[in-house]
Write a protein that binds this ligand. Structure first.
Ligand code: PLP
Length: 380
């Protein structure tokens, strides 16, 4: 069956007991055992909960993977993948990614004796060059946050396979609707379901999807042992969100392209970052591995920090906020928001300058969005 159908049906059969068409919120911590050890598949809700099972099944289906695991947040999912490593191991990550991923590597895993290198995402060769004898994992995000660069998953996976290294892809920005990394050779897909998958800015959640049974058992063991699981209500909201992922993603991408085109012609804009513009450096690779360009774009305003402040202060529809992927349009300032944990010099070196703005295009009417930007530009 096709994506739109699987989003609505996989893992979501009518409730066996009542016939409820929508999976109930199984708000229970524990389950009756008929005799010691004789249970109906569930013992305790950290280990498993039927609402969460439905979400995990649906997520696996959308990513075309065998197994799904849901977490209390995207970083909890990320943390679980990194927990596959041990002291002495080495990770290679892309040098443009979610600030919190950088933070957990630098502040948590480094002190446990795991080392890391950051490869220049503009050059695939930089990943191969960074490989050491103890490299166990390559971690990439594509499109990257916040520069919207595209990394060729198929080619990175060839490198990883050649050296017997695991490849994990954070697929949050593309969503499974536009990109399925497991089909391109990745071993593990990670999501912040907070973003497009839940899609309504009302929960925090994460997920891991993969095919390898042994790796799945290891990750599932850690999920239960460390316990960063989503509650039944959050699982239910993520599940309710992903039913409409296909139509939402189409609308996000249409609006993002429209705004990217508008911004790239605006005299107060220095540069627009959107892989769906055919003038963008990443356009060809994006076309190869994605079926659409998703809803995130960034741009540099002509001006300094005070111009950015005036611009933000005069927006009415775009909300200044962290996060992305909800139905409402958001605007953010990575330097002091999502990427504040990266030292200033390092951040500027990576291209996140003081006039850099990130946009999550919502699914409002696109002319309304353009008009809102247009009015705010008058104050820049
Ligand atoms: C938000 C985000 C995360 C972290 O997810 P949380 O749900 O906030 O914990 C990880 N990766 C990317 C690309 C993100 O945008």
């Amino acid at each position: 069956m096709k994506f739109e159908t699987r989003a609505i049906h996989d893992g979501q059969e009518a409730d066996l007991k009542t016939g409820a068409v929508v999976i109930p919120i199984y708000q229970t911590s524990t389950y009756q055992q008929e005799a010691i050890g004789k249970h109906r598949g569930y013992e305790y809700s950290r280990t498993g909960n039927p609402t969460r099972t439905a979400l995990e099944t649906a997520l696996a289906s959308l990513e075309e993977g065998k197994y799904g695991l849901a977490f209390a947040s995207g970083v909890a999912a990320t943390n679980t993948v990194f927990s596959l490593l041990k002291t002495g191991d080495h990770i290679i990550a892309g040098d443009d990614m979610y600030g919190g991923t950088y933070r957990i590597l630098e502040r948590v895993f480094k002190k446990w004796g795991i080392s890391m290198s950051y490869a220049d995402v503009d050059y695939l060769s930089s990943f191969e060059k960074a490989i050491q004898e103890n490299t166990k994992l390559i971690w990439i995000e594509t499109p990257t946050n916040p520069l919207l660069k595209i990394i060729d998953i198929e080619r990175i996976s060839e490198i990883a396979r050649k050296y017997n290294i695991l490849l994990a892809v954070d697929n949050t920005f593309a969503s499974p609707y536009f990109q399925r990394p497991l089909l391109l050779g990745a071993d593990i897909v990670v999501h912040s379901t907070t973003k497009y998958i839940a899609g309504h800015s009302d929960i925090v959640g994460g997920a891991i999807i993969l095919n390898d049974q042994k790796l799945y058992s290891e990750l599932k063991y850690y999920q239960n042992t460390a316990g960063a699981v989503p509650g039944p209500l959050d699982s239910w909201l993520a599940l309710r969100g992903l039913k409409t992922l296909a139509i939402r993603m189409k609308a996000h991408a249409e609006n993002a392209l429209y705004l990217a085109k508008y911004l790239s012609k605006h005299h107060k804009v220095e540069h627009v970052y959107y892989p769906g513009l055919d003038s963008d450096n990443n356009y060809m690779v994006a076309r190869k591995q994605m079926s659409g360009f998703s809803g995130m774009l960034s741009f540099k305003l002509k001006g300094d920090r005070s111009a950015v402040d005036r611009f933000f202060a005069n927006l009415k529809l775009f909300t200044l906020a962290e996060s992305l992927g909800g139905v409402e349009s958001l605007i953010s300032y990575p330097a002091l928001m999502t990427h504040a944990s990266i030292p200033r010099e390092e951040r500027i070196k990576r291209g996140i300058t003081d006039n850099f703005i990130r946009v999550s295009a919502g699914i409002e009417n696109k002319s309304d969005l353009k008009n809102d930007l247009s009015s705010a530009f008058k104050y820049v």
